[in-house]
Design a protein. Structure first.
Length: 221
């Protein structure tokens, strides 16, 4: 927002505060006509904006994690040494462990954003249902593709939200496997002993995260 617009907003807010503090403010508010249509329109627009913002934030959060994971992997692959010291491999293990925990936090954010989108869509459908009941002489049902009965499930498997979350789950599960392998190599000098453990733990965590996603979004599915 540019500076002149900020100044206009400040002046408007100051004027509203001055009017609200005046003795006749409550009397003037009572005299204002109540326009239900404007209130419903404002409510619908707010819900639509929240739903759109949830979509944008979900894409932004997942992209941030994917870029972070790619940067970490590129940094590790960029290490050019003939003999990798145990301290370096232990550091790599720590980086992958941090990447896993960041992935869990990213997944929880995406779950909450999916809930926010669902709640906003449900609020929009509630207003639609009000208009359908208020204007029985007009067949508005045919104009609406979604209602609260036909709204997609929160944990719908074949959806962009789940596929983005699944990509995060795959990466942080692989990060755990990489952390175990690097830790084993740094402590024993042989990563073969830890490969089976890494694969088992990575697969188990992937399944656990999918279950977590469905459980946390299971209330209204």
């Amino acid at each position: 927002m540019d500076q002149p617009r900020k100044n206009r907003v400040r002046k408007r807010l100051a004027e509203q505060s001055r009017l609200a503090a005046s003795p006749t403010a409550s009397q003037d508010a009572d005299a204002l006509p109540l326009n239900a249509a404007e209130i419903l329109i404002a409510e619908y627009q707010y819900a639509a904006h929240c739903a759109f913002q949830a979509h944008e934030d979900r894409a932004r959060v997942s992209s941030y994690y994917l870029v972070s994971a790619g940067t970490a992997v590129a940094a590790i692959l960029g290490v050019q040494q003939e003999e990798v010291l145990p301290s370096i491999t232990t550091g790599f293990a720590a980086i992958f462990a941090v990447l896993f925990f960041v992935g869990i936090l990213t997944l929880l954010q995406m779950i909450r954003l999916r809930e926010a989108w669902y709640e906003s869509a449900a609020a929009m459908n509630l207003i639609k249902e009000y208009y359908v009941k208020a204007y029985c002489d007009v067949d508005l049902v045919k104009a609406f593709a979604w209602t609260n009965k036909t709204l997609p499930m929160r944990a719908k498997a074949w959806s962009v939200a789940f596929l983005l979350a699944l990509s995060v789950m795959l990466i942080d599960s692989c990060a755990v496997g990489g952390s175990i392998i690097f830790y084993g190599y740094g402590t024993t000098g042989d990563d073969l002993l830890f490969r089976n453990w890494a694969i088992t733990v990575a697969c188990a965590l992937l399944v656990a995260q999918i279950i977590l996603y469905r459980v946390l979004l299971h209330e209204k599915t």
